[in-house]
Design a protein around this ligand. Structure first.
Ligand code: ZN
Length: 668
């Protein structure tokens, strides 16, 4: 590992800015820390809340990431308050956390790290702590001390595993006092601590020790992320089966990773042994669980018994250690390894499932490196249980805001590049759904996705022609690989042509049928197949039109095709009720806005059909409604949201008009 220190970048920085700078140097190295992991500190002259001068400790607070941390991400505490604890024999976690909170110089600061006292007790001003992969490969051995001594000689002190907290802080201080000449302290099965009298010294000792560890290990193999098509197709079949089985009662987003790197690990003949030891460092247990599920068979009917066995084993591990009446976490796996295929990871959101994947890819690195020089060993199940059910971690869960109505749901919206489809995609994402925005115009779909992400939602975009069977299948397979399946499908894409029937060219008639009827047939068919494979029910919402019940003159091809769409929806509702799949229709009328449907040509022709100048058309539609209302795409999106969400859990086969009230279009 190379030092990323730059005199030019460090020049002129005050101590806290320098602390931010080298924290980011550590954060920039994925093999040192994963998102949210590790922590850094500096001891500074400052003042307490009364403005009195004192020594302080600035330490990374929880909730920030070393890659991106800034000065606001650090909590500052009165150092003397912390040092007063040095000679205490013990201190319970809750009392320590309370004490740390009272020692903050600013009550609005982020919560200080649970490893704060470890940093405070060490005399050097600068302290850096990481969970470096190369260090973990040396510590995660059945007998790590001789391995560490061979690599580092006397340059480091070694502290046996202790859960982070007061006792670990004391043990680290004792190790330092026993030999203050060391340049670092290795925490067994946990990570590395370095320190120094300058930011650079502490950081470069970190780099130096990690480099020594790397030299004791085989060189990492660089591999591309190419995935082959046959793998992708199999993963798309397996994803929804897995998602269905791990999503009761709480749904998960399931991500697939079939990259060459992952394949090298999951294809190992000993994967069933090396992957069943435990995580590389204890706080990973909170994301990945103690163990992944390694599939011994990938036949669809063989998956359920394997998930059930995993759940039973997890419950046995928890119950053997948990006080009676305590709550268990979701017992399903977070990581599923499929030999000859890849890895599936689960999370409450796509971001969380990605983080689990990132952590497990590093776990693979550590396991492979540790196995190459000896045997990989993890902490005992007892230690890992204590971390997984640590009251301080359980407390953090209570701070998580309540989930939105569509959290953990996956939605696919067709025609999401503009108008009604775009409004629906944004609305579903605002309620927490992971939204796949699809459109014939891939660039417009991408723009919708960008708007979703800019608003803080999760989205992805796909170019898709609803009238192309292969394209529709490919899109649903892509969704299966990157989300594990789908819960909500909004079949919205459509076109409109206007002409008297006797003057309608065959091509126009066929085009309307192809997009406005066959398009829904293909999308809903693919949706139903995936929803059935998943077995979690689902909601299909079709965007129809007021014309289905109240057709207009010169709108024959359009109205006939849209009538087919309604009948299709009703038969789908009948056929799929027993599967818990609801199928409903929203009938808008006269939604202009940025609609792709209302081309200038269509406006001119519809105005002509009503005997109006084109400029009066929108107002004409308003005036013919019972509510005298101008209907917007956002209004339609609200109705779709109702059908998409559990608020309409008892409704299927229904039609909801969003047309301002048109007597002739009352559903029947
Ligand atoms: Zn740590």
């Amino acid at each position: 590992m190379k030092s990323r220190w730059s005199d030019a970048e460090a020049a002129g920085l005050d101590p806290l800015a320098l602390r931010v700078y080298t924290s980011r140097l550590i954060g920039a190295e994925p093999s040192l820390v994963l998102p949210g992991g590790g922590n850094t500190s500096v001891k500074l002259d400052g003042h307490d809340h009364r403005g009195r001068q004192c020594r302080t400790l600035a330490i990374k607070g929880s909730g920030s990431d070393l890659r991106t941390v800034d000065a606001r991400g650090f909590a500052t505490l009165v150092l003397d308050d912390l040092l007063a604890l040095r000679e205490r024999p013990e201190m319970p976690d809750e009392a320590m956390v309370e004490y740390l909170t009272r020692s903050l110089t600013d009550s609005r600061a982020p919560r200080p790290s649970i490893e704060t006292l470890l940093h405070a007790f060490l005399p050097p001003a600068w302290v850096d702590h990481s969970h470096a992969d190369a260090i973990l490969a040396l510590t995660n051995q059945p007998e790590s001390t001789p391995v560490l001594r061979r690599a580092f000689g006397d340059a480091v002190a070694i502290v046996p595993y202790l859960q982070p907290g007061f006792a670990l802080a004391r043990a680290v201080l004792a190790a330092y006092r026993a030999r203050p000449s060391v340049i670092g302290i290795v925490l067994d099965k946990h990570g590395l601590v370095t320190f120094g009298d300058s930011a650079r010294a502490s950081y470069e000792r970190h780099v130096e020790l990690v480099t020594i560890a790397e030299a004791a290990l085989p060189a990492p193999v660089a591999e591309g992320d190419r995935i082959d098509a046959a793998i992708e197709a199999r993963a798309a079949q397996l994803g929804p089966v897995l998602r269905g089985l791990v999503s009761r009662p709480v749904r998960a987003i399931v991500r697939f990773d079939g990259s060459a790197r992952v394949r090298r690990f999951v294809d190992r003949p000993d994967v069933g042994v090396i992957a069943q030891q435990g995580p590389a460092t204890p706080d990973h247990v909170l994301r990945t669980k103690r163990l992944p599920l390694v599939l011994s068979s990938q036949r669809p009917e063989a998956i359920a018994p394997q998930i059930a066995a995993y759940v039973a084993a997890y419950r046995a591990y928890v119950r053997a250690r948990q006080p009676a009446g305590a709550r268990e976490h979701d017992p399903h796996p977070r990581v599923v390894l499929a030999p000859q295929l890849g890895m599936f990871t689960m999370g409450k959101s796509a971001a969380e499932a990605d983080l689990v994947a990132e952590i497990y890819r590093h776990t693979m690195d550590v396991i492979e490196a540790a196995s190459a020089i000896g045997a990989y060993a993890a902490l005992s199940a007892d230690h890992l249980y204590n971390m997984e059910y640590w009251p301080l971690e359980l407390y953090k869960l209570t701070l998580v805001p309540p989930e939105r109505a569509l959290a953990r749901r996956v939605a696919l919206v067709t025609g999401a590049g503009s108008g009604i489809g775009r409004a629906i995609a944004l609305r579903l994402a605002a309620e927490g759904a992971l939204v796949f925005a699809t459109d014939l115009d891939g660039q417009r779909a991408t723009a919708t996705c960008a708007a979703i992400v800019a608003a803080g939602g999760e989205g992805a975009s796909l170019g898709m022609d609803v009238a192309d069977e292969r394209g529709v299948t490919d899109a649903f397979e892509a969704v299966a690989r990157s989300a594990g399946g789908v819960d909500i499908v909004v079949s919205n894409a459509g076109i409109a042509d206007s002409a008297p029937l006797h003057q309608t060219p065959l091509a126009m008639w066929e085009r309307n049928l192809r997009i406005n009827a066959t398009g829904h047939f293909l999308v809903c068919g693919a949706a139903v197949r995936q929803l059935r494979r998943q077995g979690l029910g689902g909601s299909i919402v079709l965007v129809g039109t007021k014309n289905v019940f109240d057709p207009g003159t010169d709108f024959g091809a359009y109205s006939a095709a849209k009538a087919a769409e309604l009948q299709l929806a009703r038969v789908l509702a009948i056929e799929n009720g027993a599967e818990g799949i609801r199928v409903n229709v929203v009938n808008p009328d006269a939604v202009f806005g940025d609609s792709g449907l209302w081309t200038d040509e269509l406006r001119r022709r519809r105005a002509a059909a009503h005997g109006l100048p084109a400029s009066d058309l929108e107002d004409f539609y308003v005036q013919r409604t019972l509510l005298k209302a101008r209907v917007t795409a956002a209004d339609v999106a609200e109705a779709v949201l109702f059908f998409a969400s559990d608020r309409s859990a008892k409704t299927t086969g229904a039609v909801l008009p969003v047309d301002g009230g048109v007597r002739g279009a009352f559903p029947r």
